[in-house]
Design a protein around this ligand. Structure first.
Ligand code: SF4
Length: 226
């Protein structure tokens, strides 16, 4: 069901020069060269594919979709109690999204992904929301609304950053009009990397947040160069 664009994963090259080349071509510094290895930060990667198509020896690529992970700092122990596992209400806030991640989130409601059958529901009011799902970097115009939404939620609230911009600021970074990732404004508990993450990756995040799926490994295992 569904499709995944895949994503680059940590790659061992045959020489340090190849690893340096991969790091140098990344427009958002998502690749760190360490000797012959190139390590990818999924929370920064914007899926430009340069490290796959733009260099002689491409990075390894993971074709899966189980990308969600607990956030560093606030993710440990943040899984919802079991009573939420079949009924979780989600408020979505677009904090400055380009439209891509929001579009993928909207797909969860269609008959293909049909998140209702898994016990996930959207709500427009923060007082009825268990999870604040944020897409986009935090623009200054949305900073106040985002904070007010979080403050109005019940105390069992959790925050999920969906997409590289929500996690790290992505290509927008920080500026006088942008606070960067959601973590600079609110305590983020879960992250779903991707630019945008496909609906299945977001579903993986929701299942992980409710304890029904394990988190992805922090360093994805390379599956072979292609
Ligand atoms: S796909 Fe693009 S942004 Fe992602 S790691 Fe490769 S070069 Fe960097």
């Amino acid at each position: 069901m569904g499709v995944s664009p895949g994503r680059p994963v940590n790659t061992d090259f045959s020489s340090p020069d190849e690893a340096q080349l991969a790091a140098a071509i990344c427009p958002v510094n998502a690749i760190l060269a360490q000797g012959k290895s190139a390590l990818v930060d999924p929370g920064k990667c914007v899926h430009c594919l340069r490290c796959r198509w733009g260099i002689p020896t491409p990075m390894n690529w993971d074709a899966g979709y189980e990308w969600a992970r607990p956030s560093a700092g606030n993710g440990e122990g943040a899984t919802f109690p079991a009573s939420f596992s079949k009924s979780l209400h989600i408020m979505v806030v677009d904090a400055g999204d380009c439209g891509a991640c929001l579009h993928e989130v909207k797909q969860l409601n269609n008959p293909l992904y049909n998140m209702h059958r898994l016990g996930f529901f959207f709500t427009a009011t923060p007082r009825a929301a268990d999870l604040l799902l944020v897409v986009g970097p935090v623009s200054e115009n949305m900073r106040g609304a985002l904070q007010k939404s979080w403050e109005a939620m019940p105390s069992t609230r959790r925050v999920m950053a969906v997409g590289s911009c929500a996690i790290s600021g992505g290509v927008f970074g920080r500026s006088f009009m942008c606070a960067g990732g959601v973590g600079s404004v609110l305590p983020v508990n879960f992250e779903v990397p991707g630019n945008p993450p496909p609906p299945l990756a977001i579903l993986h995040g929701l299942l992980m947040a409710t304890g029904r799926k394990p988190a992805t490994k922090s360093e994805p295992v390379a599956e072979g160069r292609s």
